[in-house]
Ligand binder design. Structure first.
Ligand code: GLN
Length: 425
């Protein structure tokens, strides 16, 4: 699609904040991404483009530089169509907190596409682009992939450079690919992954770690897939429960061995995640004081961002840190250990991506816990720094839902393999 076609098709979806109308994004035209058109989430810096994180705070921020992932996309010949809509500063699970208005779900019109990588995912689902970059702090790639019926992958923490990503919570954020099939996601991933001296948390790995798309192995026979017994009681939607059960049965019929594992403190993931996020997000937003960039964040931001800043500020105060933050860090290591124990002896875990179906755009949600509940199965993965992806697992009530595959640290290839294998069944 050319930009005019994208613009026209996007009128009802609102997946883009800014298209590259002036042709400021130059790509080499040759390389591993040649021929692919991409969308970039608006919290990833693209030189010459509005990189607003969908907030009024940065409504005039045109990035003077490229994030490492963008530099690599250009070098690999990918064509970036523009900047995708998202939840404000990546805080949300519905796409509705954007200053630029909500995005529609192309696969279930009138419903939220999920978030926070709402626009990136909707643009892929609507066929406006071949693939997109999202960021995932607690599920923001996998959650919308599930709701929109596409593929989303969050790499092991440190596999993809965060240089040029507007932080939400530094110790959890990872950039990753969204596409309509696993192969395209793997191609995008291998072109953006790799050590980056500009990011202190970026990992230096053997060359054999990469080359994901060529290594994709659709073989399920003999694979050991863990399924946590706690999943079932935490899926609130019966249709999702059925779809996930059917997905697991299908893989078992294809020769995979399903192993029951346990994650006894899975329910602790949400409070643990949000306490960690509040503190890190508060600290990340201190630079938006109105002097360096645009507006002072507290003066112009939406309700959810403000809630996180106020709570983060409160929790960070010295007298409370022992009470909340230190406990949250301890809980984080408990969750990490439980996941690693569950993964010991299996290749990957499989289960639901989300516990419930996407609500109708504009539904009034007064209790933030109702929105946070979408993140129950995705946040533990970020707390543990693991790789995980969501792959379409059919529909519940006509609405797509995804199967989540979770891997061991640096087991990115295993996750992609199982996603790819499932996609072929
Ligand atoms: N929904 C989660 C949150 O609001 C996840 C967001 C994300 O991954 N960026 O924090």
């Amino acid at each position: 699609m050319d930009l005019n076609e994208i613009k026209k098709a996007d009128e009802k979806i609102n997946s883009f904040i800014a298209l590259d109308r002036e042709g400021v994004i130059k790509s080499s035209g040759a390389g591993g991404l040649a021929g692919l058109t991409l969308a970039v989430k608006s919290n990833i810096c693209v030189e010459g483009m509005l990189t607003s994180a969908a907030s009024k705070t940065l409504e005039n921020y045109v990035s003077p530089y490229d994030a490492t992932v963008v530099e690599r996309i250009k070098k690999a010949g990918g064509r970036i169509a523009g900047m995708a809509n998202m939840d404000e500063f990546a805080c949300g699970a519905s796409g509705e907190t954007s200053f630029y208005g909500p995005t529609d779900n192309p696969s279930a019109r009138g419903r939220i596409p999920g978030g926070s990588s709402s626009g990136s995912t909707a643009a892929v689902a609507a066929g406006l682009v071949d693939a997109a970059l999202g960021s995932d702090t607690g599920g923001s790639i996998r959650n919308p992939a599930s709701h929109c019926g596409v593929v989303g992958f969050k790499p092991t923490y440190g596999v993809v450079s965060r240089y040029g990503l507007i932080d939400m919570a530094m110790s959890l954020d990872q950039i990753g690919p969204i596409a309509r099939d696993v192969k395209t996601a793997a191609v995008l991933l291998e072109n953006i992954a790799g050590h980056d001296p500009k990011d202190g948390t970026s990992l230096k790995l053997e060359p054999s770690f990469y080359g994901f798309s060529k290594k994709l192995n659709p073989w399920l026979k003999g694979r050991r897939l863990g399924y946590a017994k706690e999943f079932d009681s935490l899926i609130s939607d019966q249709g999702i429960k059925k779809a996930i059960r059917a997905a697991v049965d299908k893989m078992s019929s294809a020769g995979a061995e399903i192993v029951e594992v346990t994650l006894p403190n899975l329910e602790m993931a949400l409070p643990t995640y949000y306490l960690n996020v509040y503190v890190e997000f508060f600290s990340a937003t201190r630079k938006y004081d109105g002097r360096r960039y645009g507006h002072k964040i507290e003066d112009v931001c939406g309700e959810e961002v403000l809630r996180r800043i106020l709570l983060g500020n409160y929790i960070s105060q010295k007298e409370y840190s022992g009470k909340y933050y230190r406990k949250a860090l301890q809980a984080r290591s408990v969750i990490r250990k439980e996941l690693l124990d569950a993964l010991d002896g299996v290749d990957v875990l499989v289960g639901p991506t989300v516990p419930k179906l996407p609500h109708k755009v504009g539904t009034r949600i007064d209790d933030p816990m109702v929105m946070y509940a979408y993140d129950i199965f995705t946040t533990p993965v970020n707390l543990a720094g693991l790789p995980a992806g969501s792959v379409p697992a059919g529909k519940a009530d006509g609405i797509p839902t995804g199967l989540q595959v979770i891997g061991k640290p640096l087991g990115d290839q295993d996750v992609l393999d199982v996603m790819h294998a499932f996609e072929q069944l």
